[in-house]
Design a protein around this ligand. Structure first.
Ligand code: UP5
Ligand code: MG
Length: 197
């Protein structure tokens, strides 16, 4: 394990489980830099001159996982930009498949320490209601019923096995994400007290 490299907390959970909402709060309160893989992909999609724009757009709309090389490149670039040595990162929404995990291990491997995995657990019913509500104003290409259903399938088939992989390593801290935001936040905070940093 790297001595001075960055450390990361992976934040996983289904679409609309509240990852982004809680990561914003964690970043403010506990001095982490929040990197949402989805946000990085959406930025890259709209970046002038990006060679991946079209590709990213079609994967996101279909609720499929963008090829890991692209996601890793964006994550690594962001970590270099905000500071590699000693950086503390919340990586939101990655790794979401074994293929993602393999890419991480190949490119990043032991140069970054994975402290733990925060897992937001919520039912599809709850997540669907939240995403449909957000879809009224979000402008996100994937906040419609058809894409949401596809995102759920991808999450169950590809992402849950990664959560299970980390659970077997004793790295997963599960949060009941069905609760209202304030309650979720109070549970989340317990994982970032001085004793567990
Ligand atoms: N809300 C939040 N918490 C609430 C609570 N406790 N009670 C009531 N409402 C709550 O929250 C979603 C909505 O719910 C908001 O309106 C919020 O106010 C409300 P949010 O915090 O945004 O949830 P989050 O889990 O971040 O939902 P998000 O939609 O971002 O999850 P996804 O995982 O689907 O989206 P992401 O941006 O990570 O990925 C999008 C797509 O990018 C993927 O489907 C995939 O195609 C692609 N992608 C990759 O290919 N590879 C990657 O590594 C990452 C993404
Ligand atoms: Mg999000």
């Amino acid at each position: 394990q790297a001595l001075f490299g960055p450390s990361v907390v992976f934040v996983l959970g289904g679409p609309g489980s509240g990852k982004g909402t809680q990561c914003t709060k964690i970043a403010e309160s506990f001095g982490y830099t929040h990197l949402s893989a989805g946000d990085l992909l959406r930025e890259e999609r709209s970046r002038e001159g990006s060679e991946y724009g079209e590709l990213i757009n079609s994967y996101i709309k279909d609720g499929k996982l963008v090829p890991v090389e692209i996601t890793i490149k964006l994550l690594k670039q962001a970590m270099m930009k905000f500071g590699w040595e000693g950086g503390r990162y919340l990586i939101d929404g990655f790794p979401r498949s074994f293929d993602n995990l393999g890419g991480w291990e190949t490119v990043i491997g032991n140069s970054v320490r994975v402290k733990f995995v925060l897992f937001f657990d919520a039912s599809e019913e709850t997540m669907q209601v939240r995403l449909m509500e957000r879809g009224k104003t979000s402008g996100r290409a994937d906040d419609n019923l058809e894409s949401i259903k596809k995102r759920f399938v991808t999450f169950q088939q590809e992402s849950m096995p990664v959560v299970e992989h980390y659970r077997l390593q004793g790295l997963v801290r599960r949060i009941d994400a069905e609760q209202d935001s304030e309650k979720v936040w109070s549970d989340v905070q317990r994982n970032f007290g001085p004793q567990v940093i």
